[in-house]
Design a protein around this ligand. Sequence first.
Ligand code: PMP
Length: 401
Amino acid sequence: MTYLESAVPLAPTQPEFELAHRTARLKSSLVRDILAAAAQPGMISFAGGLPAADLMPPLPLEAFANSALHQYGTSEGEPAYRSAVAEWIGSMGLEVSAEQVLALSGSQQGLDFAAKLFIDEDSPVLVEGPTYVAALQVFELFGADIASVPLTAEGPDLAAFEALLATRKPRCVYLIPCFQNPSGTCYSPAARAGIAELLDRYNVPLIEDEPYRSVALDVEHPMTPICALLHRASWIYLGSFSKILWPGLRIAYLAAHPALLPHLVRLKQAADLHTQRPGQAAVAHWLAGGTQASDLGKLCSGYRLRRNAMQAALARHFGDIADWQTPRGGLFFWLRLRGELSATRATLDKALAQGVAFMPGEAFFPDPLQGRQYLRLNYSRSTPEEMERGLATLAACIRGA
Ligand code: PMP
């Protein structure tokens, strides 16, 4: 019997439905929950990864006024956008044709497609430990059996990586080699070459996710995409304009090995038909214009100042209780607490009650227990004064004061 057929008023009861197994086990994203709490007035938030709105270039509004772009478009994406993106990816060291590019509604959509492409119930998947929390969420949605490889300052531990490839035989490997979220790690050239050699040897597909590549503050070596170093293994390269232009537009892209592309286009058709056209046109306009270098220069100098301010405030308040590497790009500090100190959900609740939000490390590992000693702090959205006040409060919460 349905609501409407029922003779008895059903208002106080819950409607009945049976959730699909995959949705029933889907955990809410801790990041999105914390972002909701962090949006309270007066909260100092180090939790999200929101880019700074004051550092974004002005939006080219002509693209939105062009009524030709209000019609449906192609699933692959706008031709001008695809060729501008192919050139943009080429400038990073990965040569692709425009036909290998697929417009995405956020690179998060690329993770969804990669999961749909490779993951069945219990399929083994290999990620970095720690890794991007919403990648874990989507891989878990499709039932992946996720293993993680430990990260060193240079990139994944290559011996552990090889052992996991050999024993777990993963369907795919997911890596964030440039200014990794959350750890800030930027793989060395040797780590990139080592990973590519192993992926080719074991013939395992790579999903390389690079939203932070252009948020490069102090780069000391080439950051050749690992996809460009592969000879045998297949690959999907994910990029996004969310961290350098206008994240609300949700404009991103993937480029893929030609053998994978037709499958990805079908997934795009089934998911949302196509990415919004005015946003693609706005980004294509930016890519074709002459302001990239100055816009990115302004963005990075703004972030460098904020990164340095947080480094100084951290040294004052966390110098004796935590260790960290100063991030050379990306939007985060990743702290490891010393001794028995931990930063759990309980610590977060305490900090939120005192007006400070941060991300506990547990969210970033397939096994949350591995993350107890860690916390992630975003530096792009706070003033030096907020950093000073917020980090003093947070350090006191962690010390148990
Ligand atoms: N990958 C990583 C590693 C990220 O940090 C993010 C955003 N936080 C995304 C993908 C998704 O970015 P978007 O969907 O905005 O392109």
